[in-house]
Design a protein around this ligand. Structure first.
Ligand SMILES: Cc1cc2nc3c(=O)[nH]c(=O)nc-3n(C[C@H](O)[C@H](O)[C@H](O)COP(=O)(O)O)c2cc1C
Length: 204
C-alpha cells in the first residue's frame, strides 16, 4: 500500500491531485516505484512507433550535484536576462536561479528524445505525461524541470549526439506546501464542431 493512495484511483483523480513540487524530503524512495512509472511511460504512443524516449535514473549524490551545478550556471544567466510577464510570474512565486530540488530529491530522471525519429519531442512528452501520473499513483511527487541549457546537461550525463534532453524530473516525497496552480475551466478551452461553438452553449 502506498502512502495514503487508494488502490483504485482513476486517471482524473490522479491528474487533479498531481502538482509540481519544488521541495522534497531527502528520504529514500523505492526504485521499484520509479521503474513502475517508466513501464507506464514506455506504453505511450509514438510517431511510427519509434519510441524515441530514453531515460537516465540518477541516484548518485555526486551526479546530482554535478547536474545541479550545471543547471544553476544556466539559470543564473537566464534569470539575469528574463524580463516582462514571465519575470513577474517567476518573482510572484519566489523562483530564483537556485534549484535545490535537484540535489534534495532522492531520484532524478533525465528524459531524452532521439531527434532522428519522427515526432520525437511530441512522443517523448506523451511518455513524460504517462510517467507523472504513474508516479502520482505511487504517492510520489515530481516536477517537469526544463533547464535553460539542456545541451550542457546532456553532455554532463554522457548523452550521445542526437539525443536531446527534454526534462529533468526530481522524484520524491513532497515537503512543498504550495497549492496546485489554478486551471482554466473546460468551457474556456473546449469547442464543439468549430471554434464558433462553445462547449458551454451545447451543455446549457
Ligand atoms: C514543458 C514544461 C516545462 C516546465 N519547466 C519548468 C521549469 O523549468 N521549472 C519549474 O519550476 N517548473 C517548470 N514547469 C512546471 C510548470 O510551471 C507547472 O506545471 C505549471 O505552473 C502548473 O503547475 P502545476 O504543475 O503545479 O499544476 C514546466 C512544465 C512544463 C509542462
Amino acid at each position: 500500500m502506498n502512502s495514503g493512495v487508494s488502490e483504485d484511483m482513476y486517471v482524473l483523480e490522479l491528474a487533479r491531485r498531481r502538482k509540481s513540487v519544488r521541495a522534497y524530503a531527502s528520504s529514500p524512495i523505492e526504485l521499484g516505484d520509479v521503474l513502475y512509472a517508466l513501464r507506464a511511460a514506455i506504453q505511450a504512443p509514438s510517431g511510427a512507433n519509434q519510441q524515441p524516449w530514453r531515460f537516465i535514473i540518477i541516484t548518485d549524490p555526486e551526479v546530482k550535484a554535478r547536474v545541479r551545478r550545471v543547471c544553476e550556471e544556466g539559470e543564473r544567466k537566464f534569470y539575469a536576462s528574463v524580463r516582462g510577464e514571465l519575470r513577474r510570474w517567476l518573482d510572484e512565486r519566489g523562483f530564483t536561479w537556485r534549484k535545490p530540488f535537484l540535489t534534495e530529491a532522492p531520484v532524478l530522471v533525465a528524459v531524452f528524445a532521439d531527434m532522428h525519429k519522427p515526432y520525437a519531442v511530441q512522443s517523448t512528452w506523451l511518455a513524460i505525461g504517462y510517467m507523472l501520473l504513474a508516479l502520482e499513483e505511487r504517492g510520489l511527487s515530481s516536477l517537469t524541470y526544463t533547464p535553460p541549457n539542456p545541451g550542457e546537461v546532456a553532455r554532463t550525463l554522457g548523452a550521445p549526439r542526437g539525443y536531446m534532453l527534454q526534462v529533468l524530473i526530481p522524484v520524491g516525497r513532497s515537503r512543498d506546501q504550495r497549492p496546485k496552480e489554478p486551471r482554466k475551466s473546460l468551457e474556456e478551452v473546449a469547442y464543439v464542431d468549430s471554434w464558433s461553438k462553445r462547449l458551454s452553449d451545447v451543455l446549457s
